[in-house]
Design a protein around this ligand. Structure first.
Ligand code: NAD
Ligand code: WQD
Length: 338
């Protein structure tokens, strides 16, 4: 029996596939490579010695997805596939609703057809909206301020409704905080196309000389140094959170909701400083006005994942900075050769 990983060629998916293969699981990846590279498969093989089954398909295509379920024996699904850029979702809301919602609906439909009723879903801390104070706990009300966020709020609701209608389903909704870092081998990592929106990929591109300087969005927040505070989580810790969630949904049929974060906030300036010290590289930056839609502080209460999954983060901000730079410096153009 295999674990089907949608979006398994992407950033978080590829790191999770590595850990699944390391623990002896059979893995089938489905990915349309809209935001990833086929070369990831070679890298996964180099790290683990194993090549997962791979289907280059769009999961909203039910015929092609059905074909995968027909050929493979799937026991559970980890569902990463989707678009994830907040700004882009504001510009192209229909594209986001279509890709994120419709593809998940077809996935649920085909899973039901094949009686596969275990799913781990990539949700996000974005579902806490802008009104809940940190530390954020799973019981807080959810909301959104942009189409990307709404897709996560809606998909959580859809999956809860699926369970209400059929309690044979077992579902984990994992709310990631801010995933950064890379596999310690430097073979796989985050590979943004174009100008990065997120802080760590931008820092990494300044460090490699692709961008001249970082813009720090506001230094007048009510925080330790005036810059925004976030809960950064190493992508390998995050990958292990999925393994634990998979075990959980196998032992108890329910909708399980977990924050996957460290429980600790780090400011923009603290992250820059740690990157500089750890990698001995200067990151030139300038302070610019706040970015619309940003909250001052966002970090998790991570107790539920610790108590129920026996999972917590193990890696430090210094580890995240070191591993990001190891990946970026070994792969200045990501998976592209030049
Ligand atoms: P990513 O873009 O690197 O990976 C997503 C993968 O899904 C890509 O390989 C892409 O090609 C594929 N994909 C997209 N639409 C598809 C479709 N219709 N059919 C098949 N494949 C498709 O993103 P990531 O950072 O690895 O994020 C994975 C998941 O985690 C996403 O659902 C994202 O919303 C969620 N998430 C990410 C973050 C983050 O900061 N990276 C935070 C919270 C939640
Ligand atoms: C972190 C901090 C910025 C870039 C986003 C999504 C969220 C989730 C994770 C998927 C903030 C500051 C950033 C820059 C900066 N994704 N910053 N200069 O906004 O917490 O979360 O990614 O679910 O939905 O909204 O992450 O990395 O963009 O920003 O000063 O060039 O860095 O203001 O304080 P964010 P981020």
């Amino acid at each position: 029996m295999s674990i089907l990983v949608t979006g398994g060629a992407g950033y978080i998916g590829s790191h999770t596939v590595v850990e699944l293969l390391n623990m002896g699981k059979d893995v089938v990846i489905v990915d349309n490579l809209s935001n990833s590279s086929i070369l990831v498969l070679d890298r996964i093989k180099e790290i683990t010695g194993k090549r997962p089954e791979f289907y280059q398909i769009d999961i909203s295509n039910k015929e092609l997805l059905r074909n995968v379920f027909e050929k493979e024996k799937i026991e559970a699904v980890i569902h990463f596939a989707g678009f994830k850029a907040v700004d882009e979702s504001v510009k192209y809301p229909v594209m986001y609703y279509e890709n994120n919602i419709m593809s998940t609906l077809s996935l649920i439909e085909i899973m039901t057809e094949y009686d596969v009723k275990k799913i781990v879903f990539s949700s996000s801390a974005t579902v806490y909206g802008i009104n809940n104070p940190s530390p954020l706990v799973e019981e807080m009300p959810t909301s959104a301020t942009n189409p990307y966020g709404y897709t996560k709020v809606m998909l959580e609701q859809i999956l809860k409704d699926v369970y209400v209608a059929d309690s044979d389903w077992s579902i984990a909704l994992l709310r990631y905080f801010n995933p950064i870092g890379a596999h310690e081998s430097g073979m796989i990592g985050e590979n943004p196309l174009g100008i990065p929106n997120n802080l760590m990929p931008f820092i990494a591109q300044v460090a490699i000389g692709k961008r001249q300087e970082l813009s720090v969005f506001g230094n007048d927040y009510d925080t330790v140094d005036g810059t925004g505070v976030r809960d950064y989580i190493h992508v390998v810790d995050l990958a292990f959170g999925h393994i634990k969630a998979l075990e959980k949904i196998s032992e108890s049929k329910k909708v399980h909701i977990y924050n996957l974060g460290s429980g600790v906030g780090t400011s923009v300036l603290e992250l820059i400083k740690t990157f500089e010290v750890e990698n001995k590289i200067q990151i030139p930056y300038k302070i610019v006005p706040r970015r619309a839609g940003d909250v001052a502080i966002c970090f998790a209460n991570a107790d539920k994942a610790l108590n129920e999954l026996n999972w917590k983060t193990t890696k430090t901000i210094a580890d995240m900075c070191r591993d990001t730079w190891n990946w970026q410096s070994k792969n200045p153009n990501g998976y592209r050769q030049s």
